[in-house]
Ligand binder design. Structure first.
Ligand code: HMG
Length: 394
């Protein structure tokens, strides 16, 4: 029985900050961002957008195509959780009208948890082919102003339906793992922004890739030449490019245009969205599916997931025949192209607006999406759903 991704869709926020605006404000050469980091824009979440509203926006177009009451579990991966106890998936459960006969759990390990969710969902379906698992990876990447990480912010959510006989990607058995207790990036409980040892984190990322690759190769005996396209975790696109260069050289090959073409289409969306932590690898995969002109049917794609701290995994999947008809390319591109550009002042307003020290909070309406985080009532989060004719909240 084949198991894997049946449908996949992403959502991002309605606003972005251009790296040209950013560079001008910081007094830096814009090519440091365009060329040095490989980033043109970053999606910025307004105060009334959070991981739950982003996740709902990502998942709804999938649920419209299936029997939503059949979803048997939601695995919600995030490192920007909205509550220390209640899982974000339970808020999502109500917004999406899922069955009460459904399990919810939140998964965390930095940017890695989305891949963990996908592998767990695959194992659940293998154990019981009736399972239809919704895997969500959603994050808002936020660093201190004027820190090295500020240029690598962004946000996004990916929803993936995992089931038997998938229409888009079969996940192949066998993975390479690597874990090491390092402090390259972390976010203590009292902080809303991450702390990072930036240059060190890039070294740990590349070492983790080499270690996870070795383990993958030992476990599966699949070689580099048997992989057609390569997706990497993308904190900024230059990092993914360096990752691919590192892997190409590790297997004794030369990095040339042919090698570059195996990974570049998987960076197109991330270049204008920025880092979305746990979602980033899968936005990269969607970018590959939407942007490679040749048919990807029966092509093997590799996935390298890296979560600071650190946990990494390398695995592969095979794209299924007829996958093209199930892609939601138009929705992805329309979201990216219809975003509103922020000036630096409004970016700062968004950055500072939510004061969670208050237990009652009504947020101004910036989010144009179908789901919205409205604020707090007695410390309880309030969400609303906007359809063409109605508004519901709770
Ligand atoms: P920085 O100090 O801002 O930048 O830090 P830099 O001075 O090192 O410059 C960056 C690159 O731009 C360099 O190229 C420069 O040469 C080049 P490189 O040497 O790397 O090849 N450059 C220029 N190029 C063209 N024209 C110019 C120009 N000027 C400079 N005029 C750093 C960069 C990545 C450290 C910073 O952005 C940062 O701290 N980012 C956050 C951490 C991060 O993203 N780490 C990545 C690996 S860890 C990871 O991926 C996990 C993560 O997603 C979190 C999670 O797991 O949850 C972060």
């Amino acid at each position: 029985m084949k198991v894997g991704i049946d449908l996949i869709h992403f959502a991002t926020s309605d606003y972005f900050l251009g790296m040209d605006t950013f560079a001008q404000e910081k007094g830096q050469d814009v090519n440091k961002f365009y060329v040095g980091l490989g980033q043109e824009k970053m999606s910025i979440a307004p105060p009334d957008e959070d991981i739950v509203s982003l996740a709902a926006k990502a998942a709804e177009p999938i649920l419209q195509q299936i029997e939503r009451q059949a979803i048997s579990a939601v695995l919600f991966a995030t490192e920007t959780g909205v509550d220390q106890s209640k899982s974000a998936g339970v808020f999502l459960h109500r917004l999406l009208g899922l069955s009460s006969r459904c399990r919810m759990v939140e998964l965390k390990h930095a940017c890695y948890a989305g891949a963990a969710g996908l592998q767990m969902a695959t194992a659940m379906v293998k154990a019981n082919p009736q399972e239809r698992v919704l895997v969500i990876a959603a994050d808002i990447a936020k660093y201190d102003l004027n820190s090295s990480g500020e240029a690598t912010q962004g946000c996004g959510a990916v929803a993936m339906l995992v089931c038997a006989e998938p229409r888009i990607l079969e996940i192949e058995p066998g993975s390479g793992y690597f874990t090491d207790d390092v402090m390259d990036f972390w976010r203590p409980n009292h902080r809303s922004t991450a702390l990072v040892d930036g240059k060190y984190s890039t070294k740990v990322y590349l070492n983790s890739l080499k270690q996870a690759w070795e383990h993958f190769h030992e476990q599966t005996e699949r070689g580099f030449e048997q992989i057609d396209y390569f997706c990497y975790h993308i904190p900024f696109t230059k990092m993914a490019e360096k990752a691919h260069q590192t892997l190409v050289r590790k297997v004794g090959l030369e990095y040339d245009a042919a090698q570059e073409a195996k990974t570049l289409p998987g960076q197109i969306y991330n270049r204008v969205i920025g880092n979305s932590y746990s979602a980033s690898l899968f936005i990269g995969f969607i970018s590959l599916l939407d942007n490679v002109k040749e048919s990807l049917a029966q092509k093997r794609v590799s996935f390298f997931s890296y979560g600071s701290g650190c946990v990494a995994e390398f695995f592969t999947g095979v794209v299924q025949d007829g996958y093209q008809q199930w892609l939601m390319t138009q929705s992805h591109q329309q979201q990216i192209h219809s975003r509103i550009e922020l000036n630096y002042q409004t970016y700062l307003q968004f950055y500072y607006q939510v004061d969670f020290a208050q237990s009652n909070l009504t947020l101004p309406h910036f989010n144009r999406g179908p789901y919205r985080f409205c604020g707090l009532e007695g410390d309880k989060r309030i969400y609303a759903e906007y359809s063409e004719n109605s508004t519901t909240s709770g």
